[in-house]
Design a protein around this ligand. Sequence first.
Ligand code: ZN
Length: 267
Amino acid sequence: VTTVTTVTTAIPVLLYHSVCATRVHRDPWCVDPATFRDHVEIVTASGRPTSTISALADGLRDAGPLAAGVMAVTFDDGFADVADAVDELVRAGIAATVYVTAGLVDTRGMLSSGALADLARLEGVEVGAHAVRHVRLDELPRREAEREVAESRDRLEDRLQMPVQSFAYPHGAYDRHVRASVLRSGYRSAAAVKNALSHPADDPFAIARWTVSRATRRQAVAAVLEGRGARVSDPRERARTRAFRTVRRVRRLVAGPVPPTDLTVPP
Ligand SMILES: [Zn+2]
């Protein structure tokens, strides 16, 4: 019997990529610095406590407190300009999680090893892994996807000399095999995209996030922080995954292996 949790509390998890002054690079994912500063003020004005993804995931799995009204701010890919953006958050007392594509560290436009180590040492800042090559893991052979998941963690831990406990799926793309690889590799949480609000019954290994791009309007950010303006991630998704596992086992007994389900979400 599956119980469907009733959602009463939305948890906004913002997803940024880049905060840069120049319009030529990385449009449309780059938010200009003045706009970002404005968003920092909106977060502060919301009065919401902020959390790293690991702390949030602990709350989701009842392994730690889930502060009332908690929210999170995340950055994907590891662009060099994220260092300044995170500094700004830290100055405002806002927690941040930075997911870094391990194979891109020290390449043009991306965080250097030194900048990454500095970020990881900041209070309230977590560094997570975002695969080695930033490819859709659900489209790779399973073993290769597993290597992307595990090796990105190993590489970042070697550089940082500290545990890396959270993973973000490149392009938000995952299926049950990719999710299982993340668990097997020893991560304690994973961030998806979904462009939805997270909630207390969300999957700690596919936490819903809401993308902020250059085109995102200020009012939209404010609305999301008020827990409206975006749908709440489907709380039954996890139950469905679990139910499918049972279906698969039964089918296997009857007919051998089945093709993978696609839980893929667009970026
Ligand atoms: Zn990415």
